[in-house]
Design a protein around this ligand. Structure first.
Ligand code: NAD
Ligand code: TYD
Length: 377
C-alpha cells in the first residue's frame, strides 16, 4: 500500500536508524524526513540512503505551526513518527526553555497541524496515525533494592524469564508519571498532549516509552559515545557521583525494529514500553567499555582505567531506570536481537571505523552543511 510518512528528527541518532529501516524496507512508501538540523542532527547519518527515490529531506522546525500545516497538506501525510526532540538531560538542566519549545510546543504544533489536515479529508482520521516516541524517564526513578539482603544485581523472574535486576520494581505502561529533569518533564508534557488529542479529537495515536539506546551515530554527549571518544583522545572519563546509577540499555536497531512493528501492528490509543531487560550500573558498563576499546585498539587490559574521574553528581540524577516490556513482547512478538556484550563490541567497532564522523560532529563542521529551509512544493 502506498503511504506518505513523515518522520521527524530523522537526522538524529534514533531517527536516522528509523528512516534507514523504512526507506529500505518499504520502497512503496514515501518517507519524508523533517529535521531542524540542530547540533544533534546530521545528514551524514543518512548518506547511504539519501538518493533513494522514496526519500525526501525537509529542513524545518516542528514548532513552526504554519510550516507544519503546509507540509502536511503539500506532502499528503497519512502517518507521522515523531522523534524530533531536544534529548540530553544535562543540556536541559542548563537551558530548559529550548526543551519546552521543541518537546512541548513543537509536539503541539505537529499535533494541531495533523488534526487540521486529517479532519479536512473526506475519510477523516481513517487510516491515519500519529506515533509519538517517548522515553522511560517520564516515569521518574526506581530504587535499588536488595531483597533478603542479597547484593544487587540479582537474578529475578519478576518480569520476563530470568534476568539480572537491581531492584524489584519496573516501569510498566500504567506507572504514574513523575519526571524529575526538565528533559523528562518536557517529554511527559508532550506525551500528555498526544493522549489528549486522542481523547478530545479522536486523533489515532500511539505512545511508546523506551529505555536508554546505544549504537552507531549517537552524539558524543551521551555516556557511551562520549566515553569511547574520550578514551581514544586520552581525556578523563567524567563519572557522575559514585557511578552507581543504573540504566537499562537497548541497541538502537532493536528500538527501530520495535517502532516498525508498532507503527504497523500496534493498537490505537495504547502505550508500549520498549526495553531489553538489560540493566547495568554505570561504573560496570564503563569498565566493559574501557576493556573493549583497549582490546580493539591493541592495548593491555587496564591501560585506560586511570582515565576514570569521579565528579560532582548530576542534579536530580535518577537512580535507576528499568523497563518491563512484556506487553510488547507478548502482544506483538517483539524481542531484542542482541546480547549487550555483542552490542557493545559492534558499537565500539563502529566508532573506531568511523572516526571521521566523530571528528566531524565534535568540530561542529556539519552544522552548516545544509542551509536551505523548506520553501514549498
Ligand atoms: P537526538 O538528539 O540524537 O536527535 C534529535 C533530532 O531532532 C535531531 O536530528 C535534531 O536536529 C532534531 N530536532 C531537534 N529539535 C527540533 C525541532 N525543533 N524541529 C525539528 N527537528 C528538531 O535524539 P535521539 O537520541 O535520537 O532521540 C530521538 C527521540 O527518541 C527523542 O524524542 C527522545 O526523547 C526519544 N528517546 C531517546 C532515547 C535515547 O536513549 N537516546 C531513549 C528513549 C527515547
Ligand atoms: P546519558 O547518556 O546522559 O543518558 P540519560 O541521562 O538520559 O540516562 O547518561 C547515562 C548515565 O550515565 C546517567 O546515569 C548519567 C551518567 N553519565 C556520567 O556518569 N557521565 C557523563 O559524562 C554522562 C554523559 C553520563
Amino acid at each position: 500500500m502506498k503511504r506518505n510518512i513523515l518522520i521527524t528528527g530523522g537526522a538524529g541518532f534514533i531517527g536516522s536508524h528509523v528512516v534507514r529501516l523504512f526507506v529500505s524496507k518499504y520502497p512503496e512508501y514515501n518517507i519524508v524526513n523533517l529535521d531542524k538540523l540542530t547540533y544533534a542532527g546530521n545528514l551524514a547519518n543518512l548518506k547511504d540512503i539519501e538518493n533513494s527515490p522514496n526519500y525526501t529531506f525537509i529542513k524545518a522546525d516542528i514548532a513552526d505551526f504554519g510550516l507544519m500545516r503546509r507540509i502536511m497538506t503539500d506532502k499528503k501525510i497519512d502517518g507521522i513518527i515523531h522523534l524530533a526532540a531536544e534529548s540530553h538531560v544535562d543540556r536541559s538542566i542548563k537551558d530548559p526553555f529550548t526543551f519546552a519549545r521543541t518537546n512541548v510546543m513543537g509536539t503541539l504544533a505537529l499535533l494541531q497541524a495533523a488534526r487540521e489536515y486529517w479532519e479536512s479529508l473526506p475519510e477523516g482520521y481513517n487510516g491515519k496515525l500519529f506515533y509519538h516516541i517517548s522515553t522511560d524517564e517520564v516515569y521518574g526513578a526506581l530504587d535499588i533494592t536488595h531483597p533478603d539482603g542479597t547484593q544487587a544485581p540479582f537474578t529475578t523472574k519478576a518480569s520476563a524469564g530470568d534476568h539480572m535486576a537491581f531492584g524489584t520494581e519496573f516501569f510498566v505502561e500504567t506507572t504514574s508519571y513523575s519526571p524529575h529533569s526538565p528533559y523528562s518533564a518536557s517529554k511527559a508534557s508532550g506525551d500528555h498532549f498526544v493522549r489528549a488529542y486522542h481523547d478530545t479529537y479522536g486523533m489515532p495515536s500511539i505512545v511508546t516509552n523506551c529505555s536508554n539506546n546505544y549504537g552507531p551515530y549517537q552524539f558524543p554527549e551521551k555516556l557511551i559515545p562520549l566515553f569511547i571518544n574520550n578514551i581514544l583522545h586520552r581525556k578523563p572519563l567524567p563519572v557522575y557521583g559514585r557511578g552507581e546509577n543504573v540504566r537499562d540499555w537497548l541497541y538502537v536497531e532493536d528500538h527501530a525494529r520495535a517502532i516498525d512493528l508498532i507503527f504497523h501492528k500496534g493498537t490505537i490509543a495504547e502505550t508500549y514500553n520498549i526495553g531489553g531487560f538489560n540493566e547495568w550500573k554505570n561504573i560496570d558498563l564503563i569498565k566493559i567499555l574501557i576493556k573493549t576499546v583497549d582490546r580493539l585498539t591493541g592495548y593491555n587490559e587496564g591501560h585506560s582505567d586511570n582515565l576514570i574521574t569521579y565528579i560532582t553528581d548530576r542534579p536530580g540524577h535518577d537512580m535507576r531506570y528499568a523497563i518491563d516490556s512484556r506487553k510488547l513482547q507478548h502482544e506483538l512478538g517483539w524481542e531484542p536481537s542482541l546480547q549487550f556484550e555483542e552490542g557493545i563490541e559492534r558499537t565500539v567497532k563502529w566508532y573506531l571505523d568511523n572516526q571521521d564522523w566523530m571528528d566531524n560532529v565534535t568540530s561542529g563542521e556539519y552544522e552548516h552543511y545544509y542551509d536551505n529551509m523548506y520553501r514549498g512544493r
